[in-house]
Design a protein. Structure first.
Length: 362
């Protein structure tokens, strides 16, 4: 009887040990539970997920952005991060064309005209841009703004160049002080481009009296799919995306985009893109579906790995800015699919307090 009791006890202990061994390891330390308060003003980040304006219907007009701009201006950010690749990363990727040729063609602006006008390559221009901004006067002259705009273009920082252009009086928006006629033409075209960096971020920065934008996109995880696998990879990902969540998502956007020209049409899109329910729907349709895509080659997991890496590096760029400028009130404008990842990763940071976008967009 005693032997049987001992055996039962030993079996129970073995079972408990096995269960503990089978459970996934979870760390005891959680950075999000250690948020200070810090010494001084907290870093606040408002993540604004939204559409890429270039993808909106032809009925979209820039003036429809005024309700959004008014709400964001009232929040008074002191820094604005945008989904552009920094000039220094573009310079790096251009040196590795076997991997990044497509990425630089898609995401990087040609700096050759600005280099010719200023005599600076991208690294030199970035150093000069930092030097100028560090000693920037409270009331710069038009010549100083034109010069800084030219340096920003040579640095690959066209968003910040556009901020300087918009801050010039209209009569001072001309070729001079290293801004060549070609660069002026570029800025004039960018100013009206159907793009959230130009129509939202740069416009808002100029209204708020900010001097620059912070490009935080990252495409260093980009890598071409081998030619022999491209068709199979595209089909595998396409099958993964063909799911009920995708049908709901596409129907939602079809309805919203059809009404973009109504008085509240554009705001309805932004409210939808910042709704927690939509964040979950995006995951179910896209990245969560790719996670369980069953191909032997692991196409879905390759794609998911790229996506998580990209978002981690984008958030690291934001955190870098906040670390350099403690007490920043940052608006981070990004495509809606990034929003959930931005907020989840930023929330792990000790010195970051997230701001709910929903009340601001009401």
């Amino acid at each position: 009887m005693m032997q049987r009791s001992v055996c039962v006890l030993l079996l129970g202990l073995c079972s408990s040990v096995a269960s503990a061994a089978d459970a996934p390891y979870r760390p005891a330390f959680h950075p999000d539970q250690h948020k200070g308060p810090p010494a001084g003003r907290v870093n606040e980040v408002l993540v604004l997920g939204g559409p890429h304006l270039s993808g909106l219907p032809g009925t979209f007009k820039p003036e429809q952005l005024e309700p959004l701009l008014a709400r964001l201006q009232a929040w008074k950010p002191t820094a604005i991060a945008v989904e552009n690749v920094p000039g220094l990363q573009c310079d790096f990727m251009r040196r590795y064309p076997s991997r990044y040729a497509d990425s630089t063609a898609d995401y990087c602006v040609d700096t050759s005209a600005a280099m010719a006008a200023t005599g600076m390559d991208v690294p030199t221009a970035n150093a000069e841009m930092d030097r100028l901004l560090a000693a920037w006067p409270g009331n710069p002259t038009p010549a100083q703004r034109r010069r800084l705009a030219a340096v920003c273009l040579a640095a690959g920082e066209h968003g910040s160049a556009l901020v300087q252009w918009l801050r010039l009086p209209v009569e001072e928006r001309r070729a001079a002080d290293s801004l060549s006629p070609e660069l002026v033409q570029f800025l004039q075209a960018r100013r009206v481009r159907k793009d959230e960096v130009a129509l939202v971020a740069a416009e808002l920065a100029a209204r708020l009296g900010l001097e620059r934008l912070w490009p935080v996109d990252d495409h260093s995880a980009d890598a071409p799919t081998p030619q022999a696998q491209q068709d199979a990879a595209a089909k595998a990902i396409g099958r993964a995306w063909d799911n009920p969540a995708g049908k709901i998502r596409h129907a939602t956007y079809e309805r919203l985009y059809a009404n973009v020209d109504t008085p509240d049409g554009l705001m309805a899109i932004y409210r939808n893109d910042n709704d927690p329910a939509m964040v979950k729907l995006v995951y179910d349709n896209d990245f969560g579906a790719a996670f369980v895509e069953p191909s032997a080659e692991g196409f879905g997991r390759n794609y998911l790995g790229y996506w998580e890496t990209r978002n981690l590096r984008m958030v690291a760029n934001i955190r870098d800015v906040l670390g350099q400028h403690p007490g920043t009130r940052m608006l981070a404008i990004v495509g809606a699919s990034h929003k959930g990842y931005y907020e989840a990763y930023l929330d792990q940071m000790h010195d970051v307090q997230l701001v709910d976008a929903e009340p601001i967009l009401r």
